[in-house]
Design a protein around this ligand. Structure first.
Ligand SMILES: [Zn+2]
Length: 272
């Protein structure tokens, strides 16, 4: 599933092609990919110009010249890719957005999502609360410590809770906990202030490194220009169950926590 580094990489690769461009044709091949149901996307978008694109948590938010907005969520298998105008859409493409710019070539944005956990959500003029927690790169150690102190949940479950910290998923939660030397089952309120500060630093370091490597490409993820990420080669624990820890050679363990696979080194992450 694309997480913060992958979604930010998609945004970065869209920016130079799409900001300032005008929607000239909007084709919805699968109307139920668009929410709320009944949204007439072609009527809302055609003729409008994109003034900005940014990421919030794992969402890609487009702002139009009318100040109205819509977002794309990539779900498990979503892809947003750029193509020459008239390119035949691959299977499971749900929406095709053709844009023209006064200074660049016209281009098509294809939204493809085989498993359809993603969506294109029309927000319109709604600027209300999004219910999301802190952006990891803006997280302050004190704020993290205060949040942790109020919960008895395992720290891994806390990191996956988008209302607490927004943008982390299974990969970057596991990698951050390894970097911080924290066992994933550690109850949040047992984490000391120093450990919270270290976790805060490690989350940022892992995310920054993943951004530098343009995210992790495991199955489906590519950026808008079809490029793969390279951070999967640097995973310390995620997806490495049974393999030796890169730091201490102890076999990496895998447990299932809230239905999600969790990988950790029992030696390096013994703090609890
Ligand atoms: Zn280890």
């Amino acid at each position: 599933m694309p997480e913060l580094p992958e979604v930010q990489t998609v945004v970065n690769s869209l920016l130079p092609h799409v900001v300032g461009a005008r929607f000239i044709r909007v084709t919805t091949l699968r109307p139920d990919f668009i929410v709320p149901p009944g949204t007439d996307l072609p009527a809302l978008l055609t003729g409008r110009t994109v003034t900005s694109i940014h990421r919030r948590a794992k969402r890609i938010i487009f702002t139009l010249d009318t100040h109205q907005r819509f977002l794309i969520h990539l779900g498990m298998t979503g892809r947003v890719t750029l193509h020459p105008v008239g390119s035949p859409p691959v299977r499971h493409t749900h929406v095709v957005l053709a844009v023209a710019s006064p200074v660049r070539k016209s281009i098509e944005i294809h939204l493809c999502d085989p498993r359809r956990f993603g969506e294109l959500r029309w927000l319109g003029d709604d600027t209300g609360e999004d219910g999301l927690g802190y952006e990891p790169l803006a997280l302050r150690p004190r704020a993290l410590a205060a949040l942790l102190a109020t919960s008895r949940r395992p720290v891994k479950s806390f990191l996956l809770d988008q209302a607490a910290v927004a943008g982390l998923g299974n990969i970057y939660a596991d990698e951050s906990l390894f970097a911080a030397g924290l066992h994933p089952l550690t109850p949040c309120n047992r984490i000391t202030r120093d450990q919270a500060a270290r976790l805060c630093r490690c989350i940022k370091a892992v995310i920054r490194k993943a951004l530098y490597h343009r995210g992790s490409s495991l199955r489906d993820y590519v950026d808008a220009e079809g490029g793969k990420g390279a951070f999967q080669k640097l995973h310390q624990v995620y997806g490495r169950a049974g393999k030796p820890c890169r730091r201490c050679r102890t076999p990496i363990e895998r447990i299932v926590l809230s239905g999600r696979s969790t990988c950790f080194c029992p030696k390096c992450q013994s703090a609890a």
